[in-house]
Write a protein that binds this ligand. Structure first.
Ligand SMILES: Cc1ncc(COP(=O)(O)O)c(C=O)c1O
Length: 382
């Protein structure tokens, strides 16, 4: 397999075997550099350089880069500090009411559904979670929960626990048939799986920075389709929510046009600058290339795990899978293997009794082979 990134972009990737992007990816070196520069500038010069004009315009490049990533318009992107924060603001903005429901899955990452649950605690709306069967969430079981009272279908594009990928076009159609919104948490897919919000007309899509986007903690972006953002009042507001933010007029809020109305406060701005740099880099490499490359790494892992009689719990059909692979070995505690792997400098995660491998663009075929060889060593020693 020919590498698709160079060692200088991820200088530590060859120092250990890091198969853990679904937890925290290695950060793109260019992102790390600009974050350090930004922090250092503000530490030493206060707002001399990062002045009011710079603060007002700090997210412009992120709007452009994230829009390019998902085929949206820059005006339809907002920056935030985390996926959860943006989801909370959106959930309060939509505020499904007493006679309405929100549909999600019982295996979704809690932060994807908790914001809706919190709103439901106030408004009395119903939360409906589709049940998994044998570690798989049938899309039909999600669709079966949607009815004329559904306000929102909120799913994770890729499930963090088993790597299952949902068909956004299919879910958008099912939601729209009932005039419901499709809200997508793309934290486990953006940067690794091509997303096109024109081809798959989701109503909102959110991603944090520190996983497949190879950015830092402390930044995220949200897309809200124009038909929706024009109707919404953000759940979280602050001085930045006013269209002329430096008016500092406490007597009124005139929201900016587009999704940028969801930007409300100061934040660790350097993280947004770092995320921008990371997304620009991924756009240059090409998400389709990353997707194909990661799939080859995942295939190699699957073949190796199967030949060792591991039980693979991730879906393996082309349309359902991602490069997150979960597996366990009969009668062996996965946590013991994970501990042994860590001691051998192979980093993976433990999820639902299985070992979760999540290779990304900086990994190589040698990484997957070393991980498999270390699994053999661990099992031999147990
Ligand atoms: C699907 C999903 N959404 C959201 C999050 C958390 O995102 P943030 O830390 O940006 O709020 C995670 C973290 O694992 C996740 O897997």
């Amino acid at each position: 397999m020919k590498p698709i990134v160079s060692e200088k972009d991820f200088p530590t990737a060859a120092k250990f075997v890091y198969l853990n992007a679904a937890n925290v990816a290695l950060m793109y070196r260019g992102a790390e550099q600009v974050i350090k520069e930004w922090v250092s500038d503000v530490a030493q010069y206060g707002s001399n350089n990062f002045d009011e004009h710079a603060e007002e315009n700090v997210f412009k490049d992120l709007h452009r880069a994230a829009a390019h990533l998902i085929n949206a318009a820059a005006d339809d992107i907002a920056a935030g500090s985390s996926a959860t924060e943006l989801l909370c603001s959106l959930a309060w903005a939509v505020s499904p009411g007493k006679d309405q429901n929100v549909v999600s899955t019982e295996i979704v990452f809690p932060s994807t559904v908790y914001p809706w649950q919190r709103v439901a605690n106030s408004t009395g709306c119903e939360i409906r979670l589709a049940k998994e069967k044998n570690n798989f969430m049938h899309t039909d079981d999600i669709i079966a929960l949607i009815d004329q009272h559904t306000a929102v279908v909120c799913i994770s594009h890729v499930e963090y626990g088993n790597g299952q990928t949902f068909d956004l076009q299919l879910l958008a159609e099912a939601a729209h048939e009932h005039d419901a919104l499709l809200v997508v948490d793309a934290t486990q897919s953006a940067g690794a799986i091509p997303i096109d919000v024109q081809a798959s007309p989701v109503d909102a899509l959110i991603s944090g920075a520190y996983k497949w986007l190879c950015g830092p903690f402390g930044a995220a972006f949200m897309y809200v389709a124009p038909h929706l953002s024009e109707k919404l009042e953000p759940g979280l507001v602050g001085f930045r929510s006013h269209k002329n933010m430096w008016d500092l007029d406490a007597s009124r809020i005139d929201y900016p046009q587009g999704t940028q109305k969801f930007e409300f406060s100061t934040m660790a701005f350097g993280c947004a600058v770092g995320l921008t740099r990371a997304i620009d880099f991924l756009n240059e490499v090409g998400v389709e290339n990353i997707f194909q490359y990661n799939r080859q790494l995942a295939d190699r892992l699957i073949t190796g795990l199967r030949s060792r009689d591991a039980v693979i719990t991730s879906p393996l059909d082309d349309q359902d899978r991602s490069s997150i692979i979960t597996a366990y070995f009969e009668n062996i505690d996965s946590k013991e293997i994970i501990k042994g792997l860590k001691a051998a400098q192979v980093f993976v995660s433990s999820r639902a009794g299985a070992i979760r491998f999540s290779p990304h663009l900086y990994n190589t075929a040698e990484d997957t082979d070393s991980a498999l060889a270390e699994i053999d060593n661990c099992i031999a020693q147990l």
